[in-house]
Design a protein. Structure first.
Length: 301
């Protein structure tokens, strides 16, 4: 089921997924829009229209929830286009469909706010949390639920007995202690503000240094979530054949320059999600590694 819920094709191809009761609507990936003549406003309106049509086709009463990341993570590190969640939220409200915000990537400061939902103006009924909760020093995950969902759980407990929600690893004291210590540091060190300020500097510097390179299609980001999408032809917006493995080659070159990045699986995309304590000097080091790696792999700008 979780493999079906993701929009990543590599999880679907070999496993006959998604299951027939899981539906995907258009991803808010503006750079990869099918019609390049669309501006952001038209693209957002089309995303909303596609969702409305899917709900009407399937029937709102058959839809359990809408699941989405405030900003796409493994799908390419893609912030939503302006106005996306402002267009989607009213449709869900209209049809009384629950919203689940997947904040495993965006939660606890990654976008420069404590939660991505808060940052993007979402009103989720569930928020899934993990990674940033402990900065991965110890495993811990959880769910935050809205008052209206909690009321249903309370009512169900009154009618049917206590909900069975205590498992072998639930509320593990080491994991929870790590979470408390980590969140204390997030506050004390001002990491939310740093993610916003240093992340903005990182994106702007990348854009100024490599943004016009003929093989750089887009530099994008929000907070300390940043990506460089590589293309075969910038003007025509044509992509490299996946077999060429251009993204992995550039990321391997970056490692030679002392910077670890991720070759994202959905294209030739350099993924950058540095620590929330990143300094301006370290951001400059990342930019220089990206520039050098691209030029050494694909030629000069």
């Amino acid at each position: 089921m979780t493999g079906s819920l993701t929009g990543l094709k590599l999880f679907h191809t070999k496993f006959d997924l998604p299951l027939e009761n899981v539906f995907h609507t258009r991803a808010p990936y503006f750079y990869r829009r099918a019609d390049p003549s669309m501006d952001e406003a038209a693209f957002v309106a089309d995303c909303a229209t596609q969702l409305e049509a899917l709900i009407e086709r399937e029937g709102a009463d058959t839809i359990a929830a809408f699941i989405g990341e405030p900003a796409l993570g493994t799908g390419g590190l893609v912030p939503p286009p302006a106005g996306y969640w402002d267009a989607i939220q009213p449709i869900l409200d209209k049809h009384d469909i629950l919203l689940i915000a997947d904040e495993v990537v965006t939660g606890f400061g990654r976008l420069g706010s404590m939660f991505g939902a808060q940052h993007c103006g979402m009103r989720p009924d569930f928020i899934t949390i993990a990674k940033g909760l402990t900065s991965a020093y110890a495993p811990l995950s959880g769910s935050i639920i809205s008052d209206r969902v909690w009321q249903v759980l309370e009512q169900g407990t009154d009618e049917n007995g206590p909900i069975g929600h205590g498992w072998t690893y639930s509320a593990h004291p080491v994991g929870t202690a790590a979470g408390i210590a980590n969140l204390k540091l997030v506050d004390e060190m001002g990491l939310l503000a740093n993610a916003s300020e240093t992340g903005g500097y990182l994106k702007e510097t990348l854009q100024s240094i490599i943004g016009e390179h003929p093989n750089v299609g887009e530099v994008r980001g929000e907070g300390l979530l940043c990506a460089v999408e590589l293309v075969e032809d910038r003007e025509r917006r044509t992509f490299f054949e996946s077999a060429k493995k251009v993204g992995p080659a550039v990321v391997a070159k970056m490692l030679e320059h002392g910077v670890i990045a991720r070759a994202m699986p959905e294209g030739d995309i350099i993924g950058l999600a540095p620590p929330l304590c990143l300094s301006m000097g370290e951001a400059d080091q990342i930019v220089e590694a990206v520039r050098s790696a691209i030029e050494e792999t694909l030629g000069g700008g």
